[in-house]
Structures are given as C-alpha cells and as structure tokens.
Design a protein. Sequence first.
Lengths: 434, 915, 162
Amino acid sequence: MSLMDTKPLLGRVEEVGGLVDLNAYEAGQGYEAARKALTSMSPEEIVSLVKDSNLRGRGGAGFPTGLKWSFVPQGDAAGEGAKYLVCNADEMEPGTFKDRFLLENNPHVLIEGMIIGAYAIQAEKAYIFLRGEYHQPYQRLVEALADATARGFLGGGIFGTDFNLDLRIHSSAGRYICGEETALLNALEGKRAQPRTKPPFPPASGAWGRPTIVNNVETFCNVPGIVRNGVEWYQGLGLTEDAGTKIYGISGRVNRPGLWELPIGTPIRELVERHAGGMREGFELKGILPGGASTDFLVEEHFDLAMDYGTIQAAGSRMGTGTMILMDNSVCPVDMSRNLQHFFAQESCGFCTPCREGLPWVEALLLDIEEGRGQEGDLEVLDRNAQFIGAPGNTFCLHATGAIEPLQSALKYFREDFEEHIRTGKCPYHRRHL
Amino acid sequence: MATINVDGQQYEVKEGQNLLHAVLSQQLNLPYFCWHPAMGSVGACRQCAIIQYADEDDERGRLGMACMTDVVDGMRISIAAPQAADFRESVIEWLMENHPHDCPVCEEGGECHLQDMTVMTGHSVRKYRGTKRTWENQNLGPFIGHEMNRCITCFRCVRYYRDYAGGTDLSAFGSRSRMYFGRSEDGPLESEFSGNLVEVCPTGVFTDKPFATHYTRKWDLQSAPSVCPGCAVGCNVFPSERYGVLKRVQNRYHGEVNGYFLCDRGRFGSHFINSDQRIRHAGIRAEDGVFEASGASNAIAEAVKLVTMDAVGIGSPRASFEANFALKKLVGEERFCTGLGDNEAMLIELALSIQREGGARTPSLTDVEAADAILILGEDVLNTAPRIALAVRQAVRAEAFTMAQEAGIPGWQDAGVRGHAQQALSPLFIASVATTRIDDVASATWGGAPQDIARVGAAIAHGIDPTYAAADVELSAAGIDFMHQVIAALGSAKRPLIVSGTGTGDPDVLRAAANVAWALKAKGSDPALLLSPLEANSYGVALLGGGLSMSDALDAMTGGSAAIVMENDLYRRGDAQRVSAACSESKMLVLDILENETAEHATVLLPASTYAECTGTYVNYETRAQRFYQVFEPDDEIRPAWRWISDIADALDSSGAGWANINVLIEECAKATHAALATISPPSDYRVEGGTRIPRQPHRYSGRTAMRAQISVHEPKATVDDETPFNYSMEGQNLGTQDGAAVPFVWSPGWNSNQSVFKFQQEVGGALLGGDPGALLVAPAPDSGDASRATKFQEVPDAFVATEAFLVVPVHAIFGSDELSNASWPIVERMPAPFALLNVADAKRLGVQAGAGISGPGLGASFEVLIDDRIPAGMVGVVHGLPGIRAIAAGRIDLSVDPDFIRRPGGHPDVIARG
Amino acid sequence: MSETELVHVLSGEEIAEIEAEIAHLPDRESAAIDALMIVQKHRGWVSDTSLHAIARLLGMSSDALDSIATFYNLIFRQPVGRHVAMVCDSVSCYVMGADGLGKAIQEYLGIAFGGTTDDDRFTLLPIVCLGACDKAPTMMIDDELIENVTAERLGEIFGRFE
C-alpha cells in the first residue's frame, strides 16, 4: 500500500519530498484516472461516480460535488455555445493555506481532476482562477500546464479521444469576494466582482451566460483518486459519515503550525495535540475558528469533536476550509473580532446595504470597545447588527453571513470579555503588538 | 391570476411578477429603493423585506426580499411582521450612517424617497457614532447637479444610465462602503436622457440643476397635466411654476407614451418660457419702425384692420390644434395655411395617408418596446423624436428576455437576465444618412443618400414580397448584404417595426418604409409602422388642413395680402428670399411667444402664451390627440393665441364670433373636426369623488398670503378657473381616482416623491387609474387586415450619384433643432455650433479638417465641419434649425472653405457634438 | 489625441499581450482585468492616459473600465514605488502579532500604509491573508512571499530590494 492510497492528494508530495513534477506524478499512477475516465467511461458515469462518492466541496460550503455537476445540461439541452469548468484557486479565506500548498507542490493532481471534471460536464474550456498574489503557484501551474500539454493531456484529442480541453490560468486582481463563485464568474468575464443573483445558478447559466461548474482546488484534487480507486475506497477513507481525506491546517501559537492530509473526521484535539504539537509553552487554547475566518468560534467544550461537515455544523459552526485558526489566551477576543470585521468590511463588494454599511459600523463599534470608548447598549447594537446582517437571505450573498459567524459566536462565548472592556473602559489583554 | 395572502388579507395579483410589484399594485405600502418599475429587481438595497411563510402552520416564516420573490399562487406573506419591520428599519439606519442631514438645503427635500422611506420605517433615533464619509462632487454639465455625500448606493443611477439608457459615461467606482457614482472626470453627461437621473435617484445625489438655480419646494409648486412641446412624441409632462416662473418639468407617467422617462430636450427645454426673448406686450409698429406697446385693445383694433385686408392666416405645427382651428376659422379655409413648409407639408400628407391606409399598426412607445425586430429607415430618431430612441433601446432587449424565459429566469430579475443573455440583442437595423447615437445596439447599419435609403427600403420590401417593385434596383455589395440581413430578420419576426419620418425630407423614404411594413403584413406578421414628423403638432395642423400652401401664402403676402402669422417663424419654413419679400410687402399681425426674425417684420405684435400658460391639444406621431392644461397665468399681456383671435373675431363681428373660453372652442373644434377632441380630457364641470375640483397646488402650498406682499399686503383672490376642472389653489382632491388626463401632480400620503405615481396607476407600470389619456385621430382603414391591398408604391427613385456639387441633406440636433427649446438656457449650453457633416474623403477634397468652417450658396452662414464615418461621398449633412439658421433648401450646392471661420468659443467637446 | 494615437500610448508589446488574452475570450471587454494587469506589469501602475488607451483598445468607455479598475485592490490607479510591500493584516498573522509588525514596518520605512517612501523605493500597503498562515506573520514584496517576518529581520528583508 502506497501513501497514495491513504493520502491521494499529498501522499505523492510526501514521497517525492516536494514538488511533484509530471514525471514524478506519472510514476505514481498520475493521469491514469483521467485516461480511464476519457477512454472507458461516459460523462454520465463519472457524474454518478462522483455523486456516489459523497465528495463534498472543499472550498467551504461543502456542497455535494457530483450533484452540482449533474445540474449541467448535456447534449442538446445545453444549447449553442461553450460550457466552462472553472477551478476556484482564489484562496483568500483568512487562515487558509491549503490550496497554495497543493498548487505549489502537486499541480498535476489538480489538472487531472479538472480534465475529468471537464469531460464529465463536457466542457472544452476551463480556467484556473488564481489569486493575483500567488506568484509561486502561478509559475508552478504554468510549467505543469506546459508539461501536460506537451504530453497530450491537454489540448486537442486527449488520450486519442475526440475530447478537447483548453485549460488556462486567469490571474485575478484581488478581492476576497472573488471567491464567491458568481462573483468569480463576473471577475472572469472582466467585470466588477459583484456576486450574481441566484437563480440562475452557474451550472445552468454561468460564465458568459453558459453552463459552468466552479469547484475549489482541493475538490478537483479529490477526483482522480475516486476515479482510480472507486467509491468504496473513497468512502472508506473517512472516519465519520463524510468521505475521503481532508487537508487540515492549523495556524496560531502551536508548536508545529502546518497542514496535513488526514482522514476526514479527524478530531480537533488530535489535530492540535498530535499533528500541530500542542500549544506553545505559556499559551492556552481559548477558541478555534475551525474553517477559516468566516466560521463560528468553537471553544473547549468542542475540542473533542470530529472535524467533519455534519459534526461541526451541529456544534454551531462550519468545517469551512478545514484550516483552523487558534486563539490563545493572550489574544483579546474583542480585538480579534475587530480584526476579523475589518477584513470583512474591507472586502465587502459594496452591493447590498447590510454588508456595505453594517459591517463598517460593527468594526467601528468593536474598535470603540477595544479602545475603551464602549458604551452601555453597544453590545445590544452589536447583537442587533449581528442578527440582521448575519441571517442568510438578509444580504445578497453570504459574505456578510460569514462575517457575522465569528462575531456572533464571540459575543456568545466571550461575552464577559466584551462586558469587561465596556465596564472598565480598557482592554485587559495589553498585547496588540509583538 | 394568483391569490396571495398579505397580513391576513387576500389579494388577487398577476402571476409572473415579483412580490414587491404585486403588493404595490395593490396600493400597499412597502419601502424600497433599488427596484424600479421600468428596470426590474436586483436585490441591492434589501429594503423591501417581508416575511414569507411556508404554509398555513408556519408561524416563524422566513425573511426575504419582496423584489426578489416570485409571486406564487396561495403564498402567505407579512409586511407588518415585527421581524420584517425591524429589519427594514435597520436598513434605513445603515443607510443613514453616512447620509448627511442636509435636508433643509437639499433640492430633494420634501419630495425625497429616502425621507419618505425613513419615516415609513420608523427610524428616528441615531445610534451610529462614527463620522460621515465625504466626497468631492463633479460638474456634470448644465443639466444635472451632483452631491455624492447624499448617496445611498442603491445603484439605480448606473442601472438607469448604462443599462436602460445606454449611456457610457456614468459608472460605479470603488467598492465596499466607499462607492462613488459619477464620471471618470468632470464633464457634461453625454446621454440625451440624463435628466431622468433626477427622478431615478431616490435622494438628492442627482438633481435638476436649472431648477436649483431658482429653487422651490415641491409643495410650493403649481402644476398641471401637460404635454411636451419639444417634438412629435408628445411625452406627458408636469411643468411646474411659482412666482410666474416656469421652475421645472418632470415626467408625467403615461402608460402608452413616455412611461417613466423623458428626454433632456423635454425636461430642460422649457426654460424658454422665462426667456428674455419673450414677447410680453401687445405692440404696434410706429411710423419710425419702432414697436410701441400699445395696450391690448389698440392692438386688437389694429389687427382687425389687417384681417379685413384680405388677410391670409398662417398657423403653426407648434401651436395647439385649437389655436390653429381658431385662426383657420377667422380667415376661412381658403385663406389658411397650416404653417408647414411646402416639403414638410407634402411629407406629412403622405405619412398621414399611409397611416389612414392602415395595414400596419401605428405603434405607441409601449408597442415600440415590444417589437422583436426593427428597421429604422432614414430617420435619426434620437435627434428628431428622442424618446423613441430610448424605446428602441428597450425593444432590442427582447432577445435577452426570450433567452431568460427559456432558462427559467423571470424577466423582472434584471441582473439575472443581463448576466444570462450577455450582449444578446434583438435585430435592429439602421439605414441612415449619418451615424446615429443608437448605432451601438444595431445589428447592422448602412449609410446612404435619402434616395438610396429609399432604394434599399424598396429592395427589402421586394425581398419580402416580390409584388413590390424593386427588381431592378442595383445596390452596392454592402447594401445587398444589409438588405439580406434585414429581410431575414424582419421576415422571422412576429412583431416587426419599421421606423421612419420626415427628417430626411425625402418622400421616397416614407414610401419605402410603408412598402416594407405592408409587405410584412402580407406575409402574415403583425408589423408596426412609425412615421414621425418633426414638431409637437405637425400632424394636428396637417389634419386640420388649409387651402394655402406655404408658397401660396407667401405669394399672396408678396402680392400685398395682409397676414396673420401665429407662432411661426417663417424663415424656418421657406426660402429666405421669398420670406423676406413676403414679410416686407405684407402687413403682418404676428402672434408669438419669442422674438424672431418674422416678428421683426410685424405691423402688429401680440404676445402669445406658451404651452404651460394655456390649454390646448397636440397631436403626436401616432395621431394621438393629447390635452395640455394651463399651469399658471402668464404675466403682462401674454394670452393664449386663440384668445387673441377670439377677441379679434369678436371685434370683427359683434354677434360673438369668438369663444368665451377654451371649452367652447374645444367643443366647436370637436364638432367641426374630430369628435374625440371633446372627450380626451374631462370638461370644466368634471368633479372628483365628493364633488370637489382638482387642485393645481399641493395641500401644503405655502405663502399664499406672503408671496405678493411686496406688491400688496392684500392676498389676491385665487383666479377662478371656469375652463378646466382645476383650481389655481390647493383646494380640492388629487387622489388618482380621477380621469388619467386630469392628474396635475403626484403625491400620496407617505409618498411625497415621484415614486407616489404607483398610487395613480391601475397596476404598477400599467395604465393610470382613470385610463391613459388621449385618443387616436386617425383610425386605420377598415380593410387594414386585408393582405391583398391595392396601394403599393411602385416607383423606385434613381440611385444617388456623387458630383462636384454637394447634395444638401438636413440633419437634426436634439439640442438646437427645436425652435422653442433652443431658447432654453440649459439647452443653449449644450447646443452645438452650427455644423455640417462631411465624409472624410470629401473633407480631404475640400482641404478641410474637422473644426474648419465651410459655407455655400443658400446656407446663409458658415458651418463647422464634422467628419462623419457614415455619410456618403458627395453629400453634406447640414444641421437644421439652430438659432440664426434659416430654412435650407434641399438640392446640390458648391461648398467653399471659410478661411475666417472661428469655432464658436465654448463649443462642446466632440463627443457630444451632435447634441 | 485621435483614437489611434490614444491606443498607441501602449507599447507594441503591451498591445500584443492584451490581444493574446482577447483571442481566448468571447469578447474584447472580457479582457478588461487582464489588460489592466498587463499594463501595470509594464508600468507599475495604470495612469489615466493608460486607462483611456486600454479602454479604446477594448472598445469600451473609460468610465466603464475605471469602474472595474477601482474595484480591484491589485490594480493601482496611483503611482507606486519601485517595490510594493504588502503586509498581511488578516487573522492568522494578527494572532501572531501582525499589528505590532505593521507598526514596526511603518516606522522602519518612515511611511504609513498607503504611502510611498521619498526615494520612491517602497510603497507600503496592507494585504489580506497571503495563504501562508503556518508561517505567520507574512508579507510580500513585489512577487516574493516572505514568511515568519519579525521586526528584527526588517533591515535584512528590505535591504534586498533596491
């Protein structure tokens, strides 16, 4: 049994000890899945396979990937014109660094996953929508695409079939909102990255008004393994009811921050203690943002929970990107909330009122409280804003909903901290600097 | 129909709408900002929150935006639920974080949708402690004021300006809580429809700049239902007055004509009413040639003398139907001339005969918007009848709506439709003399001389139905390609539309347009044919008719007949030398609004009312007769032209040949001409529910006692209006329950802004509660459904051949070609210098570049050369109707360079050179 | 300037690169962001003149293009220094002391965020999460990602960029 069987995404990176180039990738069963898919499976079979595998989107929302693909009209129903497959490599969720690692170290597993995905939905145009700041991943992708093209895995008549795929990189010009899939499509079309109305959903009407699938980098990277080893193998990888592996990451004051490909459902405490080496000396773990900045805080009572979609959701948060940010006891929850809300207010696209006007108010209030200018009633204003900004459907997209998740949970779990700031007119933490 | 339950009450609403549209149509109050009835929903402001319940047992419900929710039969919602009401209040609270508290000095104050919504949601206590963001404003030209600090980021301005009106120079900049709506740099807004921003903006970011220079609160304005005099479309307007000054013009909703929007000529073109050029006193020319204010009775006495000198009467396409009728009656049919120039009169007769012939529908603007393929033949509608161009811009979106429908996206979901359909446009073909400002949405364009446009039209008709002559028409390769595209597109359309008009001056263009429409009819589709004349009452005066052509009338004058010239500058109608001869040989009674070259020759001069100072009727391009009402009483000796004529008639014949008031005149007019004239608006004894009259002034009208105190401390008695159902006061009721023609302004409790218009509509975007006003005077012939029609125009003109001499063709400017609006100061600021369009090769041949001056025999002045990409070689497009520019005869002339030409200082940048 | 002259504010190389992007897209306007980024790559920032030229090249209005340009934080509509230093201020780096680091960098360069040093060497900007959170705090100078930044290392780090 090779590492590839337990770590289909990063096992080969571990074996090679760094960048898996095309030769190294092929030596580890690389592109076998794509070849198998294109030469021996129908698009419908692949969609069913992915559906059956129970692969869920790794970008944060956890939507079942196969189901998404199945919404793409096939044949005549698709009408005239291109279909598009887009990889969301706009990794910008604070605290998230898994896609960069994948892109820098194992670009071919993404390309292979995209070839299979494109074939499954019969899209002959594909884009990797890449963060503008990701220069190293860009270089690695450019090389990998050139290598794959030279080997005939991209371009015309792949694997001797009549399937063609034009896969290109779109370098983005910034803004977190581009990670929202419809905003991403607007950016891809060269427009302002405002999210779009849904419906229509991208599988029906996406890039340039045509059927489009957008998936996260890690999601695509899961696909080759599923095609190669089958549904049973894939489901067997997970520890709980979710399937496959997950790239978990930890940042904060632990001994060994980093990321690891592990069975999905690995418990939080195991991640922190075993993989990240526990908290640094002198620091205690106080709270966790389990899946990036836009997820609710989890606290001590949750640390034995399994990191999977259902369990974390039941605990009132989201697994999100699976990369956790640890808040230790030296960090002021009020100030950390301010930092988070600064991010979200700054990154609001400005289209809808609650997000555009509500988040800056929240940020300003948190700054007031942090700097000792809090007033009685401020927490009620925060609560009211959190309630009205955060409820899904109150805003145009889920940006503000995500923004409010860490705030509402901070107000719940660390309320005494907030109250103390207002009561004493100062911050008890004294460490807003190195 | 669907039944929906709103707060326990059942309502029958139309399916296929969004909930906001539906509940507003039920006259319910639900706050909103970003949604607009003509622009659909985007879900940006989040103001129209409601609670939607899953079923009968659902007690919590789910908050959603009404504008983004489909109406579903049986659905249950709540507007009043506390969660929804609280959220709506929060939205206002957010918007108010940065909105300045400058309502006292804001032009929008008192008619601000944001104010209304703030009050409606109950937000009153400010909790936000931060400082407000501030912006620098831009100079957006003479029409629109800009105050960005007031912006609430609803996106309506850019959605209107870019998406709806096709403008390119207004955008949203930046992001997050620092979004800026303006131009990339200072400069006049280029769109010819920029003024609608004033009404589209829910607060005071984009304001009416001329209005701001002599500002009055809405509640202090006196208004009446009226019709724009700016062109033949006949957009319904509310002119508003205070202190005897025309303050502003706003859109008056009409479900079939202008809907929610006006063009900038209409909105900003009425300040001629306050012009220094107004004729204000009756005058008689003294021996030394100087006019002396004579007093009305002396002038009338003098006028009577002229009338008895075998006078001819020259009416006007810019005067009301009634005034023309009165003059015609005074001088008699045989001595009456409609006031149209010979060629224009011939063109209009032709256009009317085509409309009478029937076969193709005459489309309202709503019909234009519903067309699924359009051919514009010759007419530059953006400059001659601008509002049509805005309707054409909507029509080309039919394809997008079809695509959206197929994808299950409701048509009201604006962003969804646009995102899905991308740049998809329905077919629009433009054959024109020069480039037009709607070329950007055309599938194909083609340039040619008017006669070649007629030829291409003939070939298209022939291609659709070979029984139409044109088999031998030879076209250029480009022309053939264009022709084939048009034939294919029109042939497969269900509701094709052909647009043409009198603008090129060539009757064959009109004939070709008719042929195309008739050929389509014979093929079984339902074509519409729009033939637009140039002026507000062109069709009205032509329908009235007269025994003299302009040439006849000028000849009679030259032969010594006296003349009564009513609201007409003859120098704009006929050859300058002939007009000069006529004016100098004839003793003239001139009744007019503004001083002009003809008036300078008058023997007797009488000051006539503008459209805002009298009541009357214009007949638009559809032959829709529309009544406009007197808004205010003019100062000095200004009176309606018909009233002067009535007094002259009375003086001539003591048995009462005149008319006691406009009602009497309208009745006689209706009996003698078109019965509908008596029924298009309610008579003077019309009363609304409760037996009250209708006020011209809002009930908060202030200062009635004080506003004339510097003249007399005694409050004058409000003038009794025995002519109309309106009061010159705030007494009465204006609730929208009355006849649609009798709404003097829109206001409703809680709705002080123009958004209150929905309270006056049967349903949002539908007809007014009392019905949309007006009636068509020309009904299609009864056999109009018969495909085997007798009439076909079978003569095809010869091809244009370029020669040394240039063929002069008239071109038009939205700002400048209309006689009255070109004396309105904001329009003057946007008016181009007199220009002439030349092909680049011809310019080279003449050795001139853009900006140089050229002149030629008959042009009367030097014109600035503009290079046009479309105008064919051998032609010069000469702008029509600018101040100081006399009528220019068609024909070929030699052009010469004017070495002394100086480009008019302060002329406009090239981007807006043509208005 | 005429239309053609305007477009030729751009270099042949820039135009060629932009046209190459357009070739892969359904319409010219779709290349708006690519075109802005290409010109910025060559010139450091996008001036009004460049903006007008790009707009003409793409067949769109300058207003529409500027609307797009001003949305994106990586498109600079004002001149920047020879090197652009971007310091992550997002949550992982915050936890690891980014606020203090930010102050130290401002002091070190003698400019505030948004500023450019007098010698035009550095423009300093905040940036959102750079995706290297396990090596926080992080920053980026031009194309180079710099990890585990400390106040002590600033001389060494900035010294490498002339």
